[in-house]
Design a protein around this ligand. Structure first.
Ligand code: SAH
Length: 400
C-alpha cells in the first residue's frame, strides 16, 4: 500500500483533527482531492493537507460519510486475512468477557467498535445473523461469511441487510439465508430465561441484545409490583419482571406480531398470561388513556425505538421523549420507579437527562436518579466515537 499506485485522499487544511483524535469517519466536506481515482468501496490511504499519513479507510465517493477507517496503521493490505483477524479478535473478546456463560445470544461484531465499520453480527444459539450497512464491508462480504463459518461453526448464517442506513450508502436491501438452513425455532437462553427469536422478520436482527443487563437489573425491581412495560417488543422486560415475582404486568406495543411473540415468551418460561394485560396500540395514545382511567403503576419501563437516528432529528425526538416521560411520571405511584431509555445516537446522555428532568418538572414530580445504564458489554464503544454510545438509560425513583 505504500507504492505510488495506492489510492489516496487528501484532506483540507485543518480537517485532520478528528482523525488524529481517532474518530473513525471522514465527512465528504473534509476532502480536498483524491489520487489514483478511488471508486466505491476502494481502500484509500488518507493524508492531511501537509501529506501526513492518517489512516486507511473504505471510500464512498457519494456518501456524506465518505470514508470509514479500517486501520490507523499502513497495513500491508485490507484483504480477507485482515477481515478474518478482526472477526477472530472480536469473538475472542466476547469469550474473555465470559459472555458465553451469561447467554446463548450475543453481539459478535459491533461495527466501528470492533474495527469493522458497517458490520453487525449477532449470534442466536447456532444461528448467526449478519447485517451490512457500508460499501467497505459489502466488498468483503464473502470473507465475512467465510470467517464466521470458520470461527463460529453455525448451522445457519442469515443476512438482514435491511437497515435504513443502507440507503444512505446507496446499497440495495438484501435479506435471506446465506449459509445452511434456518431452523423453524430459534431459542436463546439469557441468564436463566428463554426467548424465541424471529431472525427473518423480527426487529433489528431479531432481539434487543443490548438491553440484556438492564432487563435483569430492572426486572429484579419488580417483586410484588404492578409493572407497565411500554414498547415491549418480544417481552424482554415483561419476562424478567414475571420471573422476579411481579404482581401484574401490562405490556404495550404497536406491533401485534411483537405482542404475539412476547406472549409466547411468557409461556415459554412457564408463566401464564392470565394475570397480564396486553395492549396493541400507540404508546403515546395508550398512556393518555391509562391516565384518563386513573391507572397507576409501581414500575414503568419506557424503551422506545430510535426517535433520532442522527442529530438532525434531535428536536422532534426530544418532544417525543418528553411526552412519554411526562405521562410515565404521572402514571407512577409515589415511591415508584421509572426506567427510561433512549437508543437515539442523535441524543446525547446529557440532553436525554435534561429532557427527562423537564418532563418531571412539568409533571410536578420530584425524582432521583438511582442508576445510569448503557448497552451490554458485547456492544463496546470506541472511546473517541461518541456516536457509538447510543443506548442511555436512567433509572429514576419518584419521591414518596
Ligand atoms: N424493550 C424491548 C425493545 C423495544 S424496541 C426489549 O427489551 O426487547 C421498540 C418497540 O417499540 C418495537 O417493538 C416497536 O414495535 C415498538 N413501537 C415503535 N413505535 C411505537 C409506538 N408509537 N407505540 C407503541 N410501540 C411502538
Amino acid at each position: 500500500m505504500k507504492n505510488n499506485k495506492s489510492k489516496k485522499i487528501f484532506l483540507k487544511v485543518g480537517k485532520e483533527k478528528s482523525l488524529l483524535r481517532r474518530h473513525p469517519w471522514v465527512f465528504s466536506g473534509a476532502i480536498s482531492r483524491t489520487e489514483n481515482s478511488p471508486t466505491l468501496g476502494d481502500t484509500v490511504n488518507i493524508f492531511s493537507a501537509q501529506g501526513q499519513f492518517l489512516a486507511q479507510a473504505a471510500y464512498h465517493p457519494q456518501a456524506q460519510i465518505a470514508a470509514r477507517v479500517w486501520s490507523w496503521e499502513q497495513e500491508a493490505s485490507i484483504d480477507a486475512d485482515f477481515i478474518h483477524r478482526r472477526i477472530a479478535q472480536a469473538i475472542a473478546f466476547r469469550r474473555q468477557m465470559g459472555l458465553t456463560k451469561l447467554s446463548t445470544g450475543m453481539r459478535i461484531i459491533h461495527g466501528e467498535s470492533d474495527g469493522l465499520p458497517g458490520l453487525v453480527v449477532d449470534q442466536y444459539d447456532r444461528v448467526v445473523v449478519m447485517q451490512i450497512s457500508s460499501v467497505g464491508i459489502e466488498r468483503w462480504r464473502d470473507a465475512c461469511i467465510g470467517s464466521l463459518r470458520n470461527e463460529l461453526d453455525p448451522i445457519c448464517i442469515y443476512e438482514r441487510s435491511d437497515t435504513e442506513v443502507r440507503t444512505l450508502e446507496s446499497l440495495p436491501e438484501r435479506c435471506g439465508v446465506v449459509f445452511g438452513d434456518l431452523p423453524a425455532n430459534i431459542i436463546i437462553k439469557e441468564h436463566s430465561l428463554m426467548f424465541q427469536i424471529d431472525v427473518s422478520s423480527g426487529q433489528k436482527t431479531g432481539f434487543y441484545l443490548d438491553q440484556r443487563d438492564n432487563r435483569a437489573s430492572v426486572g429484579a425491581l419488580a417483586v410484588d409490583k404492578d409493572v407497565l412495560n411500554c414498547f415491549c417488543y418480544s417481552g424482554g422486560f415483561t419476562v424478567y419482571a414475571k420471573q422476579a415475582g411481579a404482581r401484574s404486568v401490562l405490556s404495550i406495543d404497536a406491533s401485534q406480531s411483537a405482542l404475539t411473540l412476547a406472549m409466547h415468551n411468557v409461556v415459554l418460561n412457564g408463566f401464564t398470561t392470565d394475570e397480564n394485560e396486553w395492549i396493541c396500540a400507540d404508546v403515546f395514545q395508550a398512556l393518555r388513556k391509562l391516565r384518563d382511567q386513573n391507572r397507576s403503576f409501581d414500575l414503568i419501563i419506557l424503551d422506545p425505538p430510535k426517535f433520532a437516528p442522527t442529530a438532525s432529528f434531535a428536536e422532534k425526538a426530544a418532544r417525543g421523549y418528553k411526552d412519554i416521560n411526562l405521562l410515565g411520571f404521572k402514571l407512577l405511584r409515589p415511591g415508584g420507579i421509572l426506567a427510561s431509555y433512549s437508543c437515539s445516537s442523535g441524543i446525547s446522555s446529557d440532553l436525554f437527562q435534561k429532557i427527562v428532568a423537564g418532563a418531571a418538572l412539568d409533571a410536578g414530580v420530584e425524582a432521583r436518579i438511582i442508576a445510569y445504564q448503557s448497552a451490554a458489554v458485547d456492544h463496546p464503544v470506541l472511546l473517541n466515537f461518541p456516536e457509538g454510545a447510543y443506548l442511555k438509560g436512567l433509572i429514576l425513583k419518584k419521591r414518596l
